[in-house]
Design a protein around this ligand. Structure first.
Ligand SMILES: [Zn+2]
Length: 110
């Protein structure tokens, strides 16, 4: 089981990872039109970042990771975070600590 405290830590970590990924993408993109110049706190930046997930210029790997992070954040908000998408058992905490957006337990990781 994951405690609420661990959940909010993972939520913060995922938000940070999302912003970090966006910053990486931002530095790779030349496009002036992308809404990256957002001031404000992390939540504001995370909001702005959702525009980026539809950006065709993202590599599939970046897109994939972003989508996984988004889904993980959504699962936390929906209260269904931490279950394996294959067997529905709880994902090991050390796995989640290493990869907070993991969607499968160790047995079903590929
Ligand atoms: Zn599993």
């Amino acid at each position: 089981m994951i405690t609420n405290e661990q959940l909010s830590e993972l939520h913060a970590l995922l938000t940070e990872m999302k912003i970090e990924l966006i910053e990486t993408i931002k530095s790779e993109l030349e496009d002036e039109e992308t809404p990256f110049n957002v001031s404000g706190d992390m939540a504001d930046k995370a909001e702005a970042i959702t525009y980026v997930s539809v950006n065709e210029e993202l590599t599939s790997g970046q897109k994939n990771t972003l989508e996984k992070i988004d889904r993980a954040i959504k699962r936390i908000e929906d209260g269904i975070f931490g279950k394996c998408s294959v067997c529905s058992n709880f994902i090991e905490l050390d796995r989640l600590t290493a990869i907070p957006y993991a969607e499968t337990c160790k047995e079903h990781m590929q």
